[in-house]
Write a protein that binds this ligand. Structure first.
Ligand code: AMP
Length: 303
């Protein structure tokens, strides 16, 4: 296995200006691993309740995602998130968060997960992210994500975690909130001073910015005619990014640039439908074609 992910597996209820979905499959680990599965083998550490239908597990297994680290709690209820988006689809408004089985979850890595080289700590309680990190041995790359819920509720733990990760993937609003800086350049500098050598700021329909040493890479998002549901875009982005990095092993600046465009490609598919309905059935040809469209989108000649 190439990638270890810990994160949420959820039932999401989502309203957008274009429709709504109730209690559909979601969660940061679910979106991440489905996206990454097109490029690498993923092992998932998470928890669900007794109410989690077997068909969701079957779908994940069909994508070759290893579920030996997925705990199922007898009598427990799966994590639930309810959110709404208005016309500004970049901004999710959380209406409800029910941690349920996550409240008493303690991640235990199966022995065969401990030496997995690429680790992604998807959006989840930073204490759980730290517990996973304590169990891995000599990872090649550790990346993590978070959200305002944890920046506001557990910032000390998040700062402790950042000292131990190589790459921080965070969205624009949360980067500003975390750093207390309006400028994204200053926000990125603040984050780099906390520990990671690379920070990637996700900017929704405006793309993503990578800061590494003195380099900045500005990747566009794919211009979409219709966006049905942005939920999971950030995790699909991270899944494509990590999936590609683990597949190639190329952590150079150029390798990272390509991985970010693969991440943007996967996010652009994900927003075309609610839940994982688009993300789960892609072909490599579709992914390649859209990657090429990205290349064309940003290509220009020297003067
Ligand atoms: P994103 O990729 O940022 O749109 O993340 C969306 C996913 O994050 C949803 O499927 C939610 O189930 C999940 N989520 C929302 N709030 C939390 C939270 N506090 N902890 C972990 N996962 C969450």
């Amino acid at each position: 296995m190439d990638i270890l992910v810990v994160g949420s597996v959820a039932f999401d209820s989502v309203e957008t200006p274009f429709g709504q979905a109730d209690e559909v499959l979601g969660g940061s680990a679910t979106y991440f691993s489905t996206s990454a599965s097109y490029f690498s083998n993923v092992a998932m550490v998470a928890v669900v309740g007794e109410d989690f239908p077997v068909e969701h597990e079957v779908m994940l297994k069909e994508k070759n995602i290893d579920l030996a680290g997925l705990q199922r709690v007898k009598g427990g209820e799966t994590f639930r998130w309810k959110g709404r988006y208005e016309y500004d689809l970049n901004q999710a408004h959380t209406l409800e968060t029910h941690l349920n089985v996550f409240e008493s979850f303690s991640p235990e890595l199966p022995e065969e997960y401990k030496k997995i080289p690429y680790v992604f700590l998807a959006n989840i309680d930073p204490e759980l992210q730290l517990k996973v990190l304590e169990q891995v041995e000599n990872p090649k790359l550790v990346a993590c994500d978070t959200m305002n819920f944890w920046i506001e509720g557990k910032q000390d733990k998040l700062r402790e975690l950042l000292k131990k990760v190589d790459m921080f993937v965070i969205n624009e609003g949360e980067a500003r909130e975390f750093s207390d800086e309006a400028s994204l350049v200053r926000a990125a500098r603040h984050i780099l001073d906390c520990g990671p050598h690379t920070v990637i700021i996700k900017r929704g329909e405006y793309g993503a910015l990578m800061f590494k040493d003195d380099e900045v890479f500005n990747a566009p998002a794919y211009p979409m005619e219709d966006i049905f549901d942005p939920t999971g875009a950030g995790d699909s982005f991270a899944g494509g990014l990590m999936g590609y990095l683990a597949n190639t092993g190329d952590l150079s600046e150029e390798g990272l640039r390509k991985a970010i465009i693969i991440g943007s490609t996967m996010a652009s598919f994900n927003v075309e439908a609610f839940s994982l309905n688009r993300l789960k059935d892609l072909t490599l040809d579709e992914i390649n074609l859209r990657y090429k469209a990205f290349k064309r989108l940003t290509h220009f000649e020297e003067l």
